[in-house]
Design a protein around this ligand. Sequence first.
Ligand SMILES: [Zn+2]
Length: 260
Amino acid sequence: MAMDMPTWCGACDERTRRFNLGDLERRCPDCHPYWAFGHHSIDPSRAPAGRAEQEQATRWLVYELVSLRTLPMTELRRRTSAFFDCGWTPQDIVHALDFDPDGSAFRSVPSTSDPPELTRRAVLNMLSSWCDEGGKPLASPTQLAAARRRKTRSRQQATRSVLAEIDARQVNPDGAVVSGAREVARKAAARAKQLKLEGRQRESSALCAALAEQQAQESKVQQALRRLDKAKFGVVASSGPAEQTQAGHLGTPRSNQAAA
Ligand SMILES: [Zn+2]
């Protein structure tokens, strides 16, 4: 672990620099790196200004990203200083180590078990993907977000001013007469009434036709039934027992089949 530790106070756990209080652990206020190196004073969303603050921010990065601890501090400091000089925040560096500028997640992420050389090259790769051809850092994610916000604001402002300009126009009380709007509206209303009437007439005539069709169908059925009744009664009246004979005839083949 490349991260240097403060001198041990002798009271806490030397390895973890914490007090074990049964269910919970507490960072030692005297020799835990979080307090001793002032990580609590770092605001990750603020760009560190000046050499000392940048140094502090780099320490914070090593503290937060355990996988970077195989790197020597000077190496990471050298890699990040150009970014900090361009107004990058520690949070931006964390983002740049996780994502490409196009937003895709990075292909390989350094791990604590990697040899220092591999981590060094991985970090170099990740950070250089956030540089232009000349090796100069691109706008940081925070700066990009700020630019987007500014653009949105100015667009909203433009919309607001246009609306205010429309709002401020004088209303002409005779405008409707001048433009003939009332006449147009009257004509439209009359046309709508006319269309509605036509529609109703069409509907009722269709209904009448359907009704007539249905009646014709019914009378046809009635006639057919009457004819059928006449024929049936005619047969029944002429030969009452003939029906039984017929039934017997019908029954015969069936019994024959059963016998066969
Ligand atoms: Zn301690």
